[in-house]
Every structure is written in C-alpha cells, then in structure tokens.
Design a binder for this molecule. Structure first.
Ligand SMILES: CC(C)(COP(=O)(O)OP(=O)(O)OC[C@H]1O[C@@H](n2cnc3c(N)ncnc32)[C@H](O)[C@@H]1OP(=O)(O)O)[C@@H](O)C(=O)NCCC(=O)NCCS
Length: 295
C-alpha cells in the first residue's frame, strides 16, 4: 500500500502507513484514548479480517486509523475511524475517509456512525440512515419474558455453519463467510430449528468489558428473543451488550428487561445505496449486529 502520503496539520505532519505494519499496542492505545472498549484481541480479529491505514506522526506515534472489510466485489464495510483527541477537527478524519474511498474506487460503502462522526459522513455523501441502539449492562434473566416459539432451540453445531451463512446472506445481502470463519471459533451460539429448517441464530463472544450477543439473525423478533435468551442465562450477573436496529422494538424491550439498557445511539449509513439489503421484507434480518465495525 502507498505509504508516503502526508498531510500537514496545524502543528504537525502525519504520514499514512499500512495498518498491518504498526504496533497493535499503539492501535489499542488510540482506541482507549477515545473511550472505546476494544481489547488488543478485538483489534487482532479485525486486523486479520480487513485492511486499513494508520496515520503516524513525526516520531512514530499512531494518531489515526481507519479499516475496511470487503464483503462483496462491489461492497466495502468501513470502520475503526479514529483520530487522536489532540488531532481532531483539523480534517484528518475526512482525509482518512477520502483515502479509503480512493483505495476502493467503484465500491459501495457502508458503516456504523457514532454521533461524533455522523455529520462528517453526511458531508461525504453517506445516507440511507438506520438508527441502531447500543444496549448494555449487567445481565439478568428477565422474569416475565418467556420466549414461546415453535421449533427446537439448541446449541450451534459445526454442521449448522452453512445454514448460518445462508441466513446471514439473506439478511444482509452479501457473503460474510470470512467474518463467520473468524467469529465462530470465538463464539457460543444457539439455533432455532423449525420444520427441519434453521430459521434463526444468535452468537455470543467476549468483547471489550464483557460479552456481546451478535450477530443475531431472525425473521421475527420472537425468534430473535428465543435464540438470544440462552446467552442472557449463561451470562447473568456479567456485563452483556447487544447492538440492535431501533426498529426492533420488542427485541429492544427484551434487552432492557435482561439488564441491557440503551447506552448510546449510532447510525448505520451507506454511500451509494443502503449498506445491508435483506433478500425479502419478511425474511431474515439483522436483529443484532456482529459489532459496530462489522455491521
Ligand atoms: C469522528 C472522528 C474520527 C472525526 O475525526 P476528525 O479528525 O475530528 O475529523 P475532521 O477534522 O475531518 O472533521 C470533523 C469536523 O471538523 C471539521 N473540520 C475539518 N477541518 C477543520 C479545521 N481545519 N478547523 C476546524 N474544523 C474543521 C469538519 O468539517 C468536521 O465538521 P462537521 O462536524 O461539521 O462534519 C473523531 O472525532 C474521533 O476519532 N472520534 C472518536 C471515535 C469515533 O467516534 N469515530 C467514528 C467511528 S464511526
């Protein structure tokens, strides 16, 4: 990747480097500096899955980052855009995004925007907004929620993996098999099987301060609650998080009853078209994201 691109900002000059060549400890320090919960192992997983660039100052400190994940020949998911607090509001965030667009010409782009970044993305042409709720807290097994759905609920087995990929592809409109290959060994999962067909699943893995439930893919919120419930039971008393499109009112209500209150609101956005397109309006859809970065 081109590494000699430089930007002169107010007091200092920054150079772009391939993110793969900078220290993971420096990337971790950058995300900690903006209050993000990622551990080094969360960064490691993302670095294994995607590509990215880091902005480095004159004495080798990482002061900015951005990554991208190619989910389809024509679709790129962007994430991990961070500029160090002392560098912000000088154009570095915009500059990093413009480099991502240049390096992936001809693609459609999707991302999950924090409040801090939404205006920047709008000014770069991003739209197709969908509100996403970051729900988190100390998990409790909700006393008054009983997920009574037809079918049988059981842990994910290796033989289920193709069915999970099919459900995910129907929900998001692209092939995230590389992401699943990386997530599945780190995750526990539950599937709902109805009439011999896998109709919903929920994965859960360690992330940040505790565990995150996601992705959850289902056609109805009742099915989503049924597959998510075993993860709440498994982590009762621990820190749990799930990120769900705000349109999922019943699922959000379930998360609140399970101790995961709305902590923040972010926005799923697309440049060129909606980032994720379910195959059918009443078929499988994203009930919980894999993560803000992965969508
Ligand atoms: C979001 C974030 C990446 C933006 O980075 P940044 O380096 O401040 O971005 P820019 O400077 O390019 O643009 C930010 C704003 O400053 C403005 N700006 C740009 N150059 C400027 C300058 N020379 N003087 C004053 N303001 C300027 C931009 O117009 C933009 O304004 P807007 O809010 O109206 O869009 C940064 O705030 C950050 O890391 N936040 C924490 C992590 C985060 O939320 N990341 C986003 C993940 S989706």
């Amino acid at each position: 990747m081109e590494t000699d691109v430089q930007l002169q900002l107010d007091a200092f000059e920054v150079t772009l480097r391939d993110i793969a060549v900078v220290g993971i400890d420096q990337l971790h320090a950058l995300s900690v500096a903006v209050g993000w919960p990622h551990r080094e192992s969360d960064w490691r997983m993302l670095l294994d899955l995607g590509r990215g660039i880091a902005a480095v100052d004159e004495i080798g400190r990482v002061v900015g980052s951005v990554m991208w994940f190619r989910y389809a020949p024509d679709f790129v998911k962007v994430g991990m855009l961070i500029t160090s607090p002392r560098l912000q509001e000088q154009g570095a965030g915009r500059w990093l995004m413009q480099r991502v667009h240049e390096l992936n010409k001809g693609s459609v782009f999707g991302l999950t925007a924090t409040r801090a970044a939404r205006r920047l993305y709008r000014s770069l042409g991003y739209g197709h907004e969908q509100k996403v709720l970051q729900c988190q807290g100390r998990a409790v097994v909700p006393a008054d929620v009983r997920a009574v759905v037809a079918g049988s609920l059981r842990p994910v087995r290796p033989a289920d993996h193709d069915a999970l990929l099919d459900l995910d592809r129907a929900a998001v409109g692209c092939d995230r098999s590389a992401m699943f290959r990386r997530l599945l060994p780190l995750s526990t999962g539950h599937v709902l099987v109805r009439n011999g067909e896998t109709v919903a699943f929920a994965l859960c893995r360690q992330f940040g301060r505790g565990h995150v439930i996601g992705p959850v893919i289902a056609a109805t919120e009742e099915d989503a609650i049924a597959v998510a419930m075993p993860h709440v039971e498994a982590h009762a008393g621990g820190f749990l998080r799930a990120d769900t499109p705000a349109a999922n009112a019943a699922f959000t209500g379930f998360l609140a009853a399970a101790g995961m209150q709305v902590h923040d609101t972010v926005t799923s956005m697309g440049l060129g078209r909606a980032p994720f397109r379910p195959a059918s309006a009443d078929g499988p859809r994203r009930m919980a994201l894999a993560s803000h970065t992965l969508g």
